[in-house]
Design a protein around this ligand. Structure first.
Ligand code: SF4
Ligand code: SF4
Length: 388
């Protein structure tokens, strides 16, 4: 109970800090919060929150990946909603720009360009430049395998706000085994060095993501050494979320159409179970992070280890605001309220994002979501949730 109260206080404290830094954003968020509160109170008459702006968005530039990480489903499945290939045109560069224009109309301030592997999309730096011109802060996550001098220079000059590099172990052999690529470690660390080389004024926020699994649970602290060696000041430990097909099916049934993403349907056997060893790693991480002045993020440090080893992330009593302040557009143009709840709100080829928030699809989604949020099975396993 104490931990829960502490976490809620911490959350409000950090929201207050962000509000001080960006009052306009805070005002928009507060309006959305009032709308959602109203919708929850008036749920019996099916009041739909009136969403006039969003805080952040994700634009999927590819679903392909050149890694074969044992902890990930991306390279095994065809799309996050279908187990069969989809026979549809991917968005063109001009259409991606149109999405950015529409996000700008919704006053979106932060854009994450996502994959698969983002660098597989050849015009990624042009898209970053376009978003930057529109005043958005953009972010990419990369496995770094394709980073070259030329790409690094273009990325740095594109106005990118932040970049996340994924590395899973300091031992190259172990890292490469987890990533499923023989030279992964060498290429990943080179990618960081190249970005450092061109980002002379250290304008881009850089961090390392480490996915915690049964394979690297005993050496997690060594990621801090790599971060220190490569002058990276933030490390996030991502604890795996895994769920069964049954959980996806229950979610689909609740929403009356395919909704649950296939993203985290990886094997539960990948989750480390040795709580004592995890606690030891946690202590070592904190000690090293203090010594090297590295910021640590991720639920491994903030969540309860007992929950994490059971892959459970969300406290079901806390309402998640994400579907009302965020939108995800996939590479085929479909828009969804969040990564894990891929409830189709429409396709940008047929309807603008603004119109989607006024559509029957959004009304229907809001109604089901608001009335049932405690019982949405897939949400329990969600690492993204945004409690209020
Ligand atoms: S974790 Fe990232 S790099 Fe690895 S297979 Fe998945 S999408 Fe690709
Ligand atoms: S808890 Fe996760 S899956 Fe559920 S609505 Fe929030 S972000 Fe989406």
């Amino acid at each position: 109970m104490k931990t829960k109260i502490f976490r809620i206080i911490e959350m409000y404290k950090s929201q207050l800090e962000s509000a001080k830094k960006n009052p306009e954003l805070a005002k928009k968020y507060l309006n959305t919060k009032i709308q959602v509160k109203k919708a929850r109170l008036l749920s019996k008459i099916n009041y739909t929150p009136k969403i006039t702006g969003i805080v952040s968005a994700k634009l999927e530039v590819t679903q392909n990946c050149n890694s074969k990480c044992v902890t990930c489903n991306f390279w095994k499945i065809n799309t996050l909603m279908n187990e069969e290939p989809i026979d549809q045109e991917k968005l063109s560069f001009e259409e991606f720009k149109k999405v950015i224009d529409q996000l700008n109309e919704l006053k979106c301030q932060s854009l994450q360009l996502i994959g698969g592997e983002t660098l597989l999309y050849k015009r990624i730096t042009e898209l970053i430049e376009y978003a930057t011109k529109k005043g958005m802060k953009s972010n990419i996550v990369t496995n770094g395998l394709l980073m070259t001098e030329e790409t690094a220079e273009k990325i740095v000059n594109s106005g990118l706000h932040s970049i996340v590099f994924s590395i899973d172990a300091k031992d190259p052999e172990l890292n490469n085994k987890i990533r499923g690529v023989s030279k992964a470690f060498e290429l990943q660390t080179k990618a960081i060095q190249l970005i450092n080389k061109y980002d002379k004024n250290n304008k881009i926020h850089k961090s390392i993501n480490c996915t915690v699994s049964v394979h690297n649970a005993h050496v997690l602290n060594e990621i801090i050494d790599i971060a220190h060696e490569l002058n990276i000041k933030e490390v996030s430990y991502i604890f795996l979320s895994t769920y069964s097909k049954e959980i996806k099916n229950l979610t689909d049934k609740m929403f009356g159409k395919p909704t649950g993403s296939l993203e985290f349907m990886t094997s539960p056997s990948l989750i480390p179970k040795d709580i004592k060893k995890l606690k030891e790693q946690k202590e070592l991480i904190l000690k090293k992070a203090k010594k090297y002045n590295i910021n640590i993020k991720g639920q491994f440090l903030t969540g309860k280890i007992y929950d994490l080893v059971n892959a459970v992330k969300r406290d079901k009593n806390l309402f998640c605001m994400l579907p009302f302040k965020f939108i995800l557009v996939d590479v085929y143009g479909y828009a969804y309220p969040c990564d894990m709840l891929r409830y189709k709100l429409g396709n940008i080829r047929e309807k603008s994002l603004k119109k989607m928030f006024l559509s029957n699809e959004f009304k229907e989604f809001s109604k089901i979501y608001i009335n049932n949020y405690k019982y949405i099975e897939i949400c329990k396993y969600c690492p993204l949730y945004c409690p209020v």
